[in-house]
Design a protein. Sequence first.
Lengths: 196, 139
Amino acid sequence: MIDVVVDIILLTFLATTSIAIMRMTNLFAIVMLFGIFSLLSAGLFVVMDAPDVAFTEAAVGAGISTVLMLATLALVKRPKEPYYDEAPRAHRAWLPLIVVTITGSALVYGTWDIPNFGSPDAPSQTHVARFYLENSMPDTGVPNTVTAVLASYRGFDTLGEVTVIFTAAVAVLLLIGGKRPKPALRSKDEEAQDEA
Amino acid sequence: MRPNLILHVIAKFVIPLIILFALYVQFHGDFGPGGGFQAGVIFSAAFILYSLVFGLETAEKIIPHHWLRILASLGVVIYAGVGIESLILGGNYLDYTLLGSNQIAGQHLGILLVELGVGITVAAAMLILFFAFAGRGRE
């Protein structure tokens, strides 16, 4: 019962936040609202008994990505006031509205066939989940099945994920990392000093 | 940047707690929610908070860039190394069973090491991303 109340409150806040994001034109405020949106989703994941996912959503979605978006915003802001305003809209909203309506109704239509939340007949419960729940404790001795699956049963997948994160860091370093040379600012005698 | 006393005091109070929490999430991930990914992100959040409050230069003195690059690679090396270690011991790649005296001990050690590798790489990668973005605006 309390779950339903919390769900309704969180979903109301989510809807309010998304409408506010749509109505606003100040990009700084929109980034902050994105962070709040992520935090609310993390709350929903907790209610749905997925604390591991909620953890990641709160730390990455609400924390790191907000900071990264703010840093990006600081790089691309306008030179004079208003710094963070969206560019004025140059087109009508009809085409996006049609696309969103069709996609949205297709998704809602798709939910009709999804089994109820936590239903024992759901494919996610009848496939491999049962095996992991029954065997992870005797196999690995790790009470948190998520960790057992992530690190042991699917260790190879996780190695790939770590490599992806590492590759992302390398790519960012190659693209925008490091000091850019500023030849225009260096005077001749400084260069002579360096060579000496 | 003009120093803000309240921010400084609160940050100095909160940052050790965040790092402690990150270590808890890292090494308690087998028993409670959490693991390397989450711990790495929380750990990097502590340093990002530090550099937001005290400035980028101060943060770079604590963790120089070349360290971050070494750490990001080190995590992947630890992870892949555990796999190679289990190959050398005669098992399959990333089969932790042979790492310990029995299956449970081996799996436990393997999962702990692998999660440590994940945590180190994620924390270093997040800090690399942050410093790359934030450092560019300084020029």
